[in-house]
Write a protein that binds this ligand. Structure first.
Ligand code: TXA
Ligand code: MG
Length: 335
């Protein structure tokens, strides 16, 4: 596995060369690290599924340097143009109908007549995408079901042996995955996965109401055709994780092997050895940035056999995305 620097032109050339040859390169994005392959090469895309241990029925996001795209690749409704002009590059993925002669591997669509695309804003990935090959199919660079990686070290720990290179672009700015919006029915835009771009922002840009698919623990599974891969259990540490409602931390009486994770530094009294917090002041942007990294750290901590984590109360905006990721992490295979 080659460790490449996003600051080096030679290393960026090398990453582009590997991708052109059908090899796999982990790349930084502003949300989480992705495991990239040339979206036009079937064998390379298939290899991504194998390395992640991901079912072939769960489609991939295609990353592009800019929009709009030729109509042969995707159908491009007016709503997509509006969102692309306003919010790209950025942490927003659009699900659109595949064009009639789309040049991307059918595996990226997992048999659906649609494809998910996004134009990321991370400067290192932008450099790489502009060098070619275009476009890059990239899921988050973690084994299927585990916490997403937000640093190059996270990727190396888990996938280092199985991939050709990691392009280091530093820690990810957002720390949670992009918002996914389906425009398959452009008059009825639907959020399939909450993320850094809020439903309110999308509705404002579109001048339309934006729905959110109801899914996740206790709410029944989403229509698998509409939202494949949105499993209730996802993003999970191996250590059991339970949630407590925002503000209820003080009333917990944890066992000695239980870590408590708060949204912000707890006030009053001195924190215990196994008390942690995602931010000083509860700012959701800071919480998101360290969400997965802290859970990973606790997952490896030999003192910890249970994690109790505080879940934001709000369903909207970035806090809604944090709620979503934490619910999935707690709804794990082992619980
Ligand atoms: O921020 C992100 O979106 C990161 C970075 C690397 O770009 N990528 C990411 O990819 O989170 P992944 O594969 O971990 O999650 C993509 C989600 C999956 O749940 C998949 O089911 C959904 O997008 N998806 C992909 N194509 C789709 C399609 N055609 N229709 C509906 N959902 C789709
Ligand atoms: Mg993922």
């Amino acid at each position: 596995m080659e460790r490449l620097s996003g600051q080096s032109a030679t290393d960026l050339d090398r990453a582009a060369e590997l991708l052109r040859k059908g090899r796999l390169v982990a790349v930084p994005t502003e949300t989480v690290y992705g495991l990239a392959a040339d979206a036009r090469q079937d064998a390379a895309v298939r290899h991504v599924f194998t390395v992640k241990g991901r079912p072939l029925l769960d489609p991939l996001i295609v990353h592009l340097p800019s929009s709009p795209l030729p109509a042969k690749e995707v159908e491009w409704p007016e709503a997509a143009r509006l969102l692309a002009d306003t919010l790209w590059p950025g942490p927003l993925t659009l699900v659109l109908r595949r064009g009639d002669s789309c040049s991307w591997s059918p595996l990226v669509s997992a048999g659906l007549p649609t494809v998910a695309i996004r134009v990321p804003e991370h400067p290192v990935l932008q450099e790489l995408l502009h060098r070619g090959p275009l476009p890059l199919a990239a899921p988050s660079a973690n084994p299927f079901g585990y916490l997403s990686p937000t640093t190059a070290e996270h990727v190396e720990e888990q996938l280092g042996e199985q991939i050709d290179a990691i392009l280091d672009g530093g820690p990810c700015a957002h720390g949670v995955e992009s918002t996914i919006l389906s425009l398959v029915h452009p008059e009825r835009p639907t959020v399939l996965r909450p993320g850094p771009v809020s439903r309110e922002t999308l509705a404002h840009v579109l001048g339309l109401e934006v729905e959110q698919v109801t899914r996740g623990p206790g709410r029944g599974a989403a229509d698998p055709q509409l939202a494949p891969g949105q499993l209730p259990s996802h993003y999970s540490p191996h250590t059991p994780l339970r949630l407590f409602p925002e503000g209820a931390g003080a009333s917990l009486d944890p066992e000695p092997d239980t870590a408590r994770v708060f949204l912000q530094r707890p006030s009053g009294g001195s924190p215990g050895d196994l008390d942690f917090w995602w931010s000083e002041d509860g700012d959701p942007v800071t919480v998101a940035r360290s969400l997965f990294a802290l859970l990973r750290r606790l997952d490896r901590d030999p003192r910890v056999s249970l994690i109790l984590a505080e879940q934001p109360a709000s369903l909207e905006g970035l806090e809604g995305a944090l709620r979503d990721r934490l619910s999935r992490a707690a709804h794990a295979r082992h619980s």
